[in-house]
Design a protein around this ligand. Structure first.
Ligand code: PLP
Length: 383
């Protein structure tokens, strides 16, 4: 099938589907075998080789969604990120990482790199010049995340890709927050695109998975390391991920539409200091986001004024649930100062722009008027 020519919903539904030749069923059969006929040493099929029929075919859908030649599926976002980094790094290499990245990735770098003598530096901001100033002779990878968590900062994809290419450095992005529906970093020259498929790709808050999309050469190198680490996804879950991806565009488009309406409603609210959403003209990187994103995403954050207790506000919500995770069909909130960033001192938090009243909001597919009513009711009750 010529995937590049298909429209987005057709890719979601059809690319990489497995034809049920025996019974002519409408959906891909699951091949659960861990043992396949051994015909040829180069064709060894085995789950940890990431090449069972379901893994192999679904990878094509992910590559088509990210406009790359190739892709791989993993058991979690962290498996995708860690296996991919370790595929390219060796003792003495240096990595530049964006200041604000996912907590799990931060822990991986800080706890594991030292054991292997891999150097790393975090930037002070997401500005391209900040990355430029940190480049060393041994810099191997520049690692970014945009939009970032929890303040939805935007990093210049083309700026970073150009800077890296001029200096012979690889680039890697965590594209989880945008999803392939709202952003395709490979089109801007970013080499490796990683996802926690536990989030938008899975989309129903019921599977753990990860993915990486890149050129054939890069995927081949990631594969040759990944078979040693063994972070492959069970074919049962690969099949669920295929089912989820069929509605990826429908879900994310709607979640993005609702997020814009919520952000606009909260922007001029008397009980809210500030809203962070790249789709608002007041966002400092609105123009950049418009240039590199196809949609502004379904994540936003807002700061409750100090007379509203953020934990009580969340308890007073009726159907919007507090949750550390994100990207499901159901809207969820988290208050970073009291949860994800609670171990930092208030000063360290403020340094990162995380105020006490900050609420991160993951927009689901509920009607915007119902969400707004729930938020308004909770604000009123908490005051
Ligand atoms: C959840 C998440 C991850 C990690 O994914 P897991 O599937 O939990 O391993 C990485 N990056 C971002 C931005 C995430 O939200």
């Amino acid at each position: 099938m010529k995937t590049k020519k298909l429209g987005i919903n057709s890719i979601c539904v059809h690319t990489g589907e497995i034809e049920d030749q025996q019974y002519k069923g409408a959906v891909s059969p699951i091949y659960v075998s861990t043992s396949f006929a051994f015909d040829d040493i180069d064709e060894k099929r085995y789950p940890r080789y990431y090449n069972t029929p379901n893994q192999q075919e679904l990878s094509k859908k992910i590559a088509a969604l990210e406009h790359t030649d190739s892709a791989m599926i993993f058991s979690s976002g962290m498996a995708a990120i860690s296996h991919s980094m370790m595929a390219f790094l060796k003792t003495g290499d240096h990595v530049i990482l964006q200041q604000v990245i996912y907590g799990g990735t931060f822990n991986f770098v800080v706890k594991e790199f030292e054991k292997f003598g891999i150097e790393y530096t975090f930037t002070d901001s997401s500005k391209v010049d900040d990355f430029k100033n940190l480049i060393q002779k041994n810099t191997k990878i520049i690692y970014i995340e945009t939009p970032s968590n929890p303040l939805l900062g935007i990093t210049d994809l083309k700026g970073i890709a150009d800077l890296a290419k001029e200096n012979g450095i690889m680039t890697m992005i965590d594209n989880t927050f945008a999803s392939p529906i709202n952003q395709n970093p490979y089109d801007f020259g970013i080499d490796i695109v990683a996802h926690s498929a536990t989030k938008y790709m899975g989309g129903h808050s019921d599977i753990s998975a990860g993915a990486v999309a890149a050129s054939n050469d890069h995927i081949e190198q990631i594969w040759s390391t990944a078979i040693n680490y063994g972070g492959n996804l069970s074919d049962y879950t690969v099949w669920l991920l295929e089912r989820s991806l069929k509605t990826l565009n429908l879900r994310v488009k709607e979640q993005t539409r609702v997020a814009q309406l919520i952000a606009e409603h909260l922007e001029n609210h008397n009980d809210i200091d500030r809203v962070y959403y790249p789709g608002l003209k007041s966002h400092e990187d609105y123009e950049l986001a418009k240039k590199q994103m196809k949609g502004f995403g379904a994540m936003l954050s807002f700061e409750l004024k100090s007379h509203i207790d953020p934990m009580e506000f969340q308890r007073n919500l009726e159907f919007i649930k507090p949750s550390m995770s994100l990207a499901g069909l159901e809207s969820t909130t988290v208050s970073p100062a009291q949860t994800t960033h609670a171990l930092l001192s208030e000063e360290e938090r403020l340094d990162r722009g995380i105020k006490n009243g900050l609420i991160r909001f993951s927009t689901g597919i509920e009607e915007p008027e119902d969400l707004i009513e729930d938020i308004e009711r909770a604000i009123h009750k908490t005051k």
